[in-house]
Design a protein around this ligand. Structure first.
Ligand SMILES: Cc1cc2nc3c(=O)[nH]c(=O)nc-3n(C[C@H](O)[C@H](O)[C@H](O)COP(=O)(O)OP(=O)(O)OC[C@H]3O[C@@H](n4cnc5c(N)ncnc54)[C@H](O)[C@@H]3O)c2cc1C
Length: 676
């Protein structure tokens, strides 16, 4: 039976009212009750469900999502222990992500299956907001039980947590702030301290954060890089699939950008390609070649809190990060910090001044700025493509989301940079809605194309092959530094004494495409205006740290630039190279015991020297030239002929073996040659 949104929600209100009344009665008689909390993202096997952490700050947790592109995904499964036999009520924290468009059947429906028994309520049908939906009541014996999330649609059903309780009257907390405490208690989570005090802690492992980390490590700093996904690269990862743009290693510092070159995918381009083109492992492998005691790569951890110095509220002392799978919270202490989150997550938590949207023309006298300020930004993209199958393929005829018609349908086979949305929204705070709108528009357009369009026969062999589950963000909050770079600086080539890496991209402004805006209330396609810049323009160092936070560097999309200047600086070879500058500047701060601002004021010569040299990313399996002698025995190691060096590395037993073996080899050492 198909239940449409409005009809569905009328029925649900009745059910909720009844269960509330029953609950109130039963509460008076309740004995000692037991409960079990299960984090969906902590399930032992996720099956085809994907972790989403992009809206952790807003909805209170990571969650999992059945991203099957219309084909139900494999169950997520786990085992948990039930402390007492009896009747258990099962609650699931979920939402109907298609409710905002008030049409058709909720898209992301799923069931909970316990010990092989499907609980009666179809979940993901509880309205727009994240909340608890009752899955059903089940009799359970004390001991281990199996729990599965069973996707019914392949259309992004989502589950944050499952709460089992013996108290039929109890409904878990709805309010996000109270829920955070409730969750912590239920899971018994404790905050742990990373024992190291790092020189530099970086939040965000996109190209900017990753390059900053490598540069800082290679110039001698101790670094922790905290990235909320399991892979590095941000938009350039196989998860989002944006190609690197612009040039690295340009004048005036042609040696900056070597890290970008070393970790950047070899292939790429303006389009969207299959996952392996983005070479995720290349970005992680570069760390393997750094001294282990000099870095920590904290993947799947999201910084959600900062600790301030009690004596100086403008200084950060620690990041608190939560693991997206285990929920464990870790305190990372450091002397310096870098906000490479793209959303200025750290700067905003510190109350630093930020910019969002388009500044008015008068503010920086920029010709490409609008007369009046507004909140319009370059939007988020959900990239996707179809592939040809050898036989005709079908796609569900969906009744939810936007209603497409012959007049509004797009006869296309992929969505690239132009599949862009959320231009009038807050990219950080409304990320889930924006991503969902972009994704819903893909499915609704594709469904109409495949099932109803006049030309559907031409699309018969086309199969939706890949839709990114993650929104690729272009523009969000920018942080005010000691200098805000403007369009005029770039166009007029205004020289600053602290110029660093050069911008090489066009001024490239995106707008909602007027054609799309005519058809739909909210845009999901964009167009761009390009204006070439006369020559590469070096970004001043003062754009790379926050004006209002003493020890906070800025890297990537949130650096201190106007909206119009951002349109040119925002590509990843430029932002990655600027990340390298941040890493080097952090090392200068460490060595000179100063803050980011002082590097400009009193130590810029040292940063300049590092930028001239660049960061060494040596090829593996190569020897530096220089006169030295060693023996290499696989079992004993690579050993210098110098007694004092060798004896530090090996035991006396190994030394004995070494002596015996080299005697047999009878090699002429350099000093012997000289004596002859
Ligand atoms: C569709 C699209 C097309 C584009 N086209 C191009 C192009 O052709 N060429 C080009 O060079 N650029 C292009 N861009 C721009 C470019 O991708 C971005 O400007 C670039 O990704 C910015 O890099 P970043 O490291 O600042 O941010 P991101 O790539 O967004 O990386 C930031 C990372 O930080 C993580 N993070 C966020 N908050 C936290 C937190 N609190 N704790 C831990 N981790 C966190 C995020 O998950 C993310 O992985 C495009 C962008 C989009 C969306």
């Amino acid at each position: 039976m198909t239940i449409l949104h409005e009809e569905y929600y009328m029925k649900r209100s009745l059910v909720i009212l009844l269960s509330f009344i029953c609950g109130a009665v039963l509460d008076m008689t309740s004995a000692v009750e037991e409960s079990v909390w299960l984090e969906a993202e902590g399930f032992a096997q996720l099956g085809g469900w994907e972790i989403d952490q992009q809206s952790m700050g807003q909805m209170g947790s990571a969650y999992i999502m059945a991203h099957g592109m219309g084909i139900p995904v494999h169950d997520a499964q786990t085992v948990c222990n039930i402390p007492k036999s009896g009747e258990w009520t099962v609650w699931v924290r979920t939402r109907d992500w298609t409710a905002p468009w008030k049409r058709g059947t909720p898209a992301g429906r799923f069931n909970v299956i316990i010990n092989g028994k499907t609980l009666p309520e179809v979940l993901g049908t509880n309205g727009n907001t994240w909340n608890w939906q009752k899955a059903g009541v089940i009799t359970l014996e004390k001991g281990d039980i199996s729990v599965a999330l069973h996707d019914l649609t392949g259309f992004n059903g989502r589950c944050d947590a499952i709460y089992l309780t013996t108290d039929p009257a109890f409904k878990p907390e709805s309010d996000t702030t109270k829920l955070a405490e409730f969750r912590k208690q239920a899971l018994g989570l404790k905050r742990v301290d990373d024992p190291v005090v790092y020189d530099l802690a970086i939040a965000g492992g996109g190209m900017a954060g990753t390059c900053a980390a490598v540069a800082a490590i290679r110039t001698g700093s101790k670094v922790v890089l905290i990235q909320d996904r399991g892979v590095l690269g941000g938009c350039n990862s196989s998860e989002v699939r944006v190609g690197l743009g612009g040039f690295a290693q340009t004048e005036p510092f042609p040696n900056v950008g070597k890290v970008v070159t070393a970790i950047g995918p070899i292939m790429g381009g303006g389009g969207t390609y299959s996952g392996e083109w983005y070479e995720d492992s290349r970005k992680a492998n570069v760390f393997q070649r750094s001294p282990k005691n000099q870095y920590k790569l904290a993947l799947n951890e999201r910084v959600f809190e900062v600790e301030k110095d009690p004596d100086d509220s403008k200084k950060i002392t620690a990041f608190i990060a939560r693991n997206a799978r285990t929920g464990v919270e870790t305190r990372y202490r450091a002397r310096l910090f870098a906000d490479c989150t793209g959303d200025a997550v750290i700067a905003r938590m510190m109350g630093a001044e930020v910019m969002y949207g388009r500044e008015p023309r008068a503010k920086f006298n920029e010709s490409l700025a609008p007369e009046k300020a507004d909140k319009q930004v370059m939007g988020m993209s959900v990239l996707w493509y179809a592939k040809k199958a050898t036989q005709a393929t079908s796609f569900p005829d969906i009744d939810w989301g936007l209603q497409f018609t012959e007049e509004t349908v797009y006869y296309i086979r992929n969505g690239d940079w132009e599949w862009e949305t959320g231009q009038y929204r807050d990219q950080a705070e409304e990320a889930e809605y924006i991503r969902d709108y972009g994704m819903m528009a893909i499915y609704a357009n594709w469904s109409f194309l495949k099932n109803h369009s006049k030309r559907k026969n031409e699309w018969a062999l086309d199969k939706l092959d890949w839709v990114s589950p993650i929104g690729g963000k272009r523009e969000s909050y920018r942080v005010v530094g000691d200098l805000i770079l403007t369009q005029n600086d770039i166009e007029k080539g205004v020289p600053y004494p602290d110029g660093t890496v050069a911008i090489t991209w066009d001024l490239d402004h995106h707008f909602p495409d007027p054609e799309n805006l005519k058809k739909f209330k909210e845009p999901f396609r964009s167009c761009a205006y390009h204006r070439g810049i006369a020559k590469p323009y070096p970004v001043p160092y003062r754009c790379l740290y926050a004006r209002d936070v003493k020890n906070l560097f800025l890297g990537g999309r949130d650096i201190s630039v106007s909206h119009s200047a951002f349109s040119a600086v925002r590509v990843m070879r430029t932002l990655g190279s600027l990340g390298e500058v941040v890493g080097m500047a952090a090392t200068v701060c460490v060595k000179e015991n100063v803050y980011p601002r002082d590097v400009y004021a009193t130590h810029f010569d040292k940063l300049k020297a590092l930028m001239e040299k660049g960061v060494d990313v040596k090829p593996y399996h190569a020897y530096d030239s220089g006169v030295r002698e060693s023996y290499h025995f696989k079992d004993l190691g690579f050993l210098s002929i110098k007694d004092e060096e060798r004896k530090k590395k090996i035991s006396s037993e190994a030394e004995k073996q070494y002596q015996e073996r080299i005697k047999e080899l009878n090699v002429q050492h350099i000093d012997m040659e000289k004596k002859q």
